[in-house]
Design a protein around this ligand. Structure first.
Ligand SMILES: [Zn+2]
Length: 273
């Protein structure tokens, strides 16, 4: 494949990343992602088209708003860069195919889910419900285009969506009984409905298991010790912070989609079952 092809994939990914920035900023506060135009979050000035080119405008403007001169966060170009890399890797792996687009869109949505859950402790329906519709429609299209694995076929997708939403709801309910406070949000259920539709029932349960392992590992090894040390230094009591489970379920869903079947096959061959 030519250089031009990858430049195009990069540019496409950067534009998708730019739109993702808008979704991450607006959906959690209940705003439309279509209108109004992008504005500087500090002075409110509308951003002109030529100042809204992904990555490039941030570099040209030297990270400052043209109107007020106050800094523009590096998060925006970094998200655009990350999603551009996702699209380049996807097209490099699958070529100019339906599958490349399917994997890239699914990964982009999961990225948005993890970002909003980390920032606001919520997962907007904009990602999960439109994601579910996309994943189901793509599973039907995949049948006709002979482009199926690693995604689940339509029947498995429907079954997987139910298993995903059901399992996480039951786990959340059990957590509520044990912890006596809300353990899982409705966003986790819609997230697992979407992920379940992509993965089918078996790998959906594997995703929840991998997500729980990731969450336990990061929180027990990093977040809790740091929080405890900080609280001790300030002489305060340490309150256990909430776990935004979507932050871990999202990468777990991608890992399971890409490597779930190979790992399960390897395990079955080597476990003597
Ligand atoms: Zn400004």
């Amino acid at each position: 494949m030519s250089i031009a092809f990858f430049v195009l994939a990069f540019a496409l990914g950067a534009c998708v990343g730019s739109f993702l920035n808008v979704c991450i900023a607006r959906w959690p506060v209940g705003e439309s992602v279509v209108a109004p135009r992008s504005r500087c979050p500090r002075c409110g000035a509308a951003i002109a088209g030529y100042d809204n080119i992904p990555i490039i405008s941030w570099l040209v403007l030297r990270a400052k708003c043209r109107g007020c001169g106050l800094p523009i966060s590096a998060i925006y170009p970094l998200v655009e860069l990350a999603i551009a890399i996702v699209w380049v890797v996807s097209f490099a792996e699958y070529g100019p195919t339906f599958m490349a687009v399917r994997i890239a869109i699914f990964t982009t949505i999961l990225f948005g889910v993890a970002a909003t859950d980390a920032k606001h402790y919520l997962i907007p329906d904009g990602f999960t419900v439109s994601g579910l519709i996309f994943v189901l429609a793509a599973s039907v299209a995949g049948l006709y285009l002979q482009s199926r694995l690693p995604f689940a076929d339509p029947l498995d997708a429907l079954f997987g969506a139910c298993v995903g939403a059901g399992a996480i709801t039951i786990i959340g309910w059990l957590g509520e009984v044990v912890l006596k406070k809300e353990a899982m949000g409705f966003g986790d259920s819609t997230l697992m409905a979407m992920a379940g539709a992509a993965l089918g029932p078996g790998r959906t349960l594997l995703t929840i298991f991998v997500g729980a392992l990731l969450a336990a590992g990061i929180f027990l090894a990093v977040v809790y010790p740091i929080g405890w040390l900080r609280a001790r230094r300030r002489g305060e009591a340490f309150a256990l912070p909430l776990v935004p489970f979507g932050v871990f379920l999202a990468p777990a869903a991608l890992l399971t989609l890409l490597w779930g079947y190979p790992v399960m096959t390897w395990y079955l061959e080597h476990s003597g079952l």
